[in-house]
Write a protein that binds this ligand. Structure first.
Ligand SMILES: Nc1nc2c(c(=O)[nH]1)N[C@H]1C(S)=C(S)[C@@H](COP(=O)(O)OP(=O)(O)OC[C@H]3O[C@@H](n4cnc5c(=O)[nH]c(N)nc54)[C@H](O)[C@@H]3O)O[C@H]1N2
Ligand SMILES: Nc1nc2c(c(=O)[nH]1)N[C@H]1C(S)=C(S)[C@@H](COP(=O)(O)OP(=O)(O)OC[C@H]3O[C@@H](n4cnc5c(=O)[nH]c(N)nc54)[C@H](O)[C@@H]3O)O[C@H]1N2
Ligand code: SF4
Ligand SMILES: [Mo]
Length: 757
């Protein structure tokens, strides 16, 4: 065993809390919080203890796999796999154009470097369309955020007098730094308040001063009523609005007419409680607020994101301590456009690249909606997708309508998956390329959205890559070489200059000036060129050099405020990142980030006409109901023992527990004759899944929930495959989605129960 504590991070959720570990052979044997992490500062939740469940995870791959005609797989060597994958992808590109290849994924909760290297492969293939999990939760929020603020936004709960949480349960799901500590501080302080909008008495709602236990799917009515109370009772922060918002009048005009009592009735919350919550917001010196899946995966989610931002505007809750803040990301998430390496076949005729090719949904954050993917494939439309490149994601399991996603993958001319494990998605692909784990390479996530001071952690490997696996930098580099867009002539001069980073920066700049086309393949070029210059085992960090250069160029003031200034600031930042394994502060934001607001006059635009139309058209009867499926299922609750599918073992935190539990109100359980632990089939119009009953006082009558992340088909020691828990997306339908941006209604799935004898 090594006595040294090595800094790394937990890869279960987007907080990526800093941890330190001790290792023994190939195992992580001890874990403790890393106090030196600049953001999480020694905070972790219970899940950080179980990194072994990932590192020694089930179904890990040790060789590239090729699908046979009968659907089974054979192991092939890397050279064969790379050359065959390159030939097959190039064939699709040459026949139908790079725009017929869809890229899905790019990074999960703890690894975003795959998406950086993929930029080069996508450029080589002329790929135009992408999607990933953000396009089933955050694109509605991004759509309104762009129209109102023009910059990203995060929330300073630590200093807020009032915390507003909309369909968000940070006690279990985290979502901002040190969530449990911060919320407990707010709850313990009589001068501060917590307002929670959640049908269920979640762990967070149980701590709230104001819990608006709305009927599921009625967030838009609830937020509309809260905004209307602020206006109708004359308690909006008009002095602040005069200074900081634009186009308020048409919005105020609509809000004056919102029938608050009727909306409260639709939500089935007490009107007095709703008004009291609005008054508390108005009285606060500062409010931080956050929305998440409870609303974003529900009915009228884009409208909800808009109304949430109206409340921010009406209460003046932006750009001050304890409110929402603009931030500068180290690298934007989503799908920053990929430059073409020039070899891609171009389509004939005019195409609207801002819309998905078949369904015409808007491309947001560079992504097409997840829920549209199967329709973009299963059609004879000439612009349909013919191939998919999937990396670090499990869409067959995680996207709505698993049966339909399987059918779509099988209908493609070609598919390839890069993953550490033989997942539900890999099991449908033509080729599977095995990546080494996040603890076997330099890795990082770009989930850095903190207010004021923002940090990035480049994790060092704890182990050598497992036999037969490669890091994504190597996989994409080899693919680009096989595709003929990366050659020794490009690499050698840069490699020769790499002994000195400042000299290297000059050489790179000169080469880019002389041959602008190299920028399209920059990540893989760096992977080869910096190979000898980086510390042992850190080669996957090469592309971070490029990210650092781009960051200081795009955000010079914020980088300078963090100490990275001057002509070679990018190099200084990269060195700091390499030499600070617990994390580096890369940006400081001053003046509340107002200079980042990209709207005329740096004022928040309140007016989105189509959203006001939706508000006025809200059905007085509430969200749609289905008499044959009278319950509303929340398909994907975050619980203490759940994670996304990087953990492929349902028992990782609950010994022996191989089933999902269905949470149900005691009254409903009695009505259906169900007792604790009874087996029950949850049935929807789309499918069925089995679970065990968990009678739960916090549930709202008529509302049931199943946990996220379970229902994986896990290979057992004897080679058989066993499903562990309920696979949620066997129950969901791709057509249940937001009409504006296509995000799914996973929190609003009409269902009924069948007791299993
Ligand atoms: N333990 C654990 N933590 C995680 C994850 C995990 O798998 N496990 N996943 C991570 C990921 S990828 C994400 S995106 C986040 C998600 O984090 P959250 O969004 O906080 O998680 P959820 O439990 O899906 O939903 C939050 C709440 O929405 C409520 N809800 C259900 N229906 C409605 C509704 O109609 N309206 C409102 N207002 N609320 C409703 C639920 O009761 C629940 O308490 O969690 C992250 N953290
Ligand atoms: N019904 C329903 N569906 C949902 C949700 C819900 O609440 N309800 N939640 C949704 C949400 S919010 C999210 S974020 C998505 C998440 O779903 P996905 O985006 O599909 O991501 P993960 O489940 O995190 O899977 C990550 C994949 O990356 C692989 N992996 C891990 N480490 C590495 C690595 O180093 N390299 C490579 N190449 N691969 C690696 C893992 O094996 C796994 O297959 O699920 C969504 N699906
Ligand atoms: S699961 Fe999330 S909050 Fe918990 S330790 Fe891991 S990264 Fe931190
Ligand atoms: Mo997510």
């Amino acid at each position: 065993m090594t006595d040294t504590w090595q800094p790394t991070a937990c890869m279960i959720c987007s907080m990526n809390c800093g941890i330190e570990v001790q290792t023994e052979g190939e195992r992580i044997v001890r874990v403790r919080p890393d106090k030196a992490h600049p953001v999480t500062k020694g905070y972790v939740c219970e899940k950080a203890q179980r990194m072994e469940a990932y590192q020694q995870g089930r179904d890990r791959l040790s060789s590239p796999m090729r699908r046979r005609a009968d659907g089974t797989y054979e192991a092939v060597d890397w050279d064969t796999a790379i050359s065959e994958v390159a030939v097959r992808l190039a064939a699709v590109r040459d026949a139908h154009g790079g725009e017929s290849i869809l890229y899905y994924g790019g990074g999960g909760q703890g690894n975003h470097l795959p998406g950086v290297y993929a930029q080069a492969t996508l450029a080589a293939l002329g790929v135009r369309y992408r999607s990933n999990a953000l396009a089933q939760e955050k694109t509605g929020e991004a759509w309104v955020q762009a129209r109102m603020f023009g910059c990203g936004m995060h929330h300073d709960f630590e200093h807020a007098e009032v915390a507003l949480l909309i369909g968000k349960n940070p006690l279990q799901s985290n979502g901002f730094p040190r969530a449990r500590v911060v919320l407990r501080e707010i709850a313990a302080d009589p001068a501060r308040s917590m307002i929670v909008i959640d049908p269920r008495r979640s762990e967070t709602a149980a701590m709230a001063d104001y819990h608006l236990a709305i009927r599921p799917g009625t967030d838009a009515w609830c937020l509309g009523a809260l905004a209307a109370v602020l206006v109708q009772e004359g308690i909006a922060n008009t002095a602040w609005m005069d200074a900081h918002v634009s186009n308020a009048e048409p919005v105020l005009d609509v809000l004056r007419r919102v029938p608050v009592s009727q909306f409260a009735q639709v939500c089935q919350v007490d009107e007095d409680l709703l008004r009291a919550a609005a008054r508390r917001m108005a009285a606060a010196s500062s409010m931080a607020s956050m929305e998440d899946l409870g609303m974003q995966m529900g009915v009228h989610s884009t409208l909800g994101s808009y109304l949430h931002r109206l409340i921010i505007g009406l209460t003046g809750s932006f750009g001050r301590k304890g409110t929402s803040y603009a931030f500068v990301p180290f690298r934007p998430l989503g799908g920053g456009g990929s430059a073409s390496a020039g070899s891609a076949a171009r389509p004939s005729g005019e195409r609207n690249w801002k819309r998905s090719p078949v369904t015409g949904f808007p491309v947001i954050m560079g992504l097409i909606p997840c829920n549209a993917i199967s329709e973009e494939i299963l059609t004879d439309h000439p612009h349909r997708f013919r191939a998919m490149f999937i990396e670090s994601a499990n869409p067959v399991h995680s996207l709505a309508d698993t049966a339909r996603m399987r059918e779509a993958l099988r209908a493609l001319e070609f598919s390839v998956v890069i993953d550490v494990a033989m997942t539900e998605t890999a099991s449908e692909a033509d080729y599977v390329l095995p990546a080494c784990s996040q603890f076997e390479k330099a890795e990082a996530s770009f989930f850095n959205f903190e207010p004021a001071e923002n940090a990035f952690q480049l994790r060092h490997p704890l182990f050598a890559p497992r036999e037969g696996t490669l890091e994504e930098g190597a996989i994409h580099t080899r693919l680009c070489e096989a595709l003929g867009v990366l050659s020794a002539e490009m690499v050698e001069p840069l490699k020769a200059a790499a002994g000195n980073l400042d000299g290297f920066a000059m050489a790179f700049a000169q080469m880019a000036a002389a041959q602008p086309a190299i920028m399209a393949v920059a990540p893989v070029l760096l992977y080869r060129a910096l190979a000898d210059a980086l510390p042992e085992g850190m080669n996957n960090a090469a592309a971070v050099w490029g990210v650092a250069q781009i960051f200081v160029r795009n955000f010079p003031e914020q980088a300078a405020a963090a100490g990275f200034a001057g002509p070679l600031a990018g190099n200084r930042l990269f060195e700091a990142i390499l030499n600070s394994p617990s994390g580096t502060v890369f940006s400081r934001i001053e003046h509340g980030g107002w200079d980042l607001v990209r709207q005329p006059g740096q004022r928040i635009n309140l007016h989105i006409p189509e959203m006001l139309e939706l508000l006025m058209a809200l059905d007085p009867a509430g969200p749609p109901v289905d008499p044959d499926y009278p319950l509303i299922l929340s398909a994907g609750e975050r619980r203490t023992e759940t994670s996304n599918t990087s953990i492929r073992d349902a028992t990782w935190l609950r010994k022996g527990a191989l089933d999902s539990t269905l949470r149900i109100h005691p009254g409903d359980a009695a009505q259906f004759g169900l007792g604790e632990g009874d087996a029950v089939d949850v049935v929807t119009r789309r499918g069925r899944a089995r679970a065990l009953v968990e009678v739960h006082e916090g549930c709202r009558p008529g509302h049931v929930s199943l946990p996220n992340g379970l229902g994986l088909d896990v290979r057992q020691a004897d080679g058989s495959v066993r499903r562990q828990g309920a696979a949620l997306n066997e129950l969901t339908d791709y057509r249940w989605r937001d009409p504006v941006v296509g995000t799914p209604w996973h929190k609003y799935v009409p269902a009924r129960l069948e007791k299993v004898a």
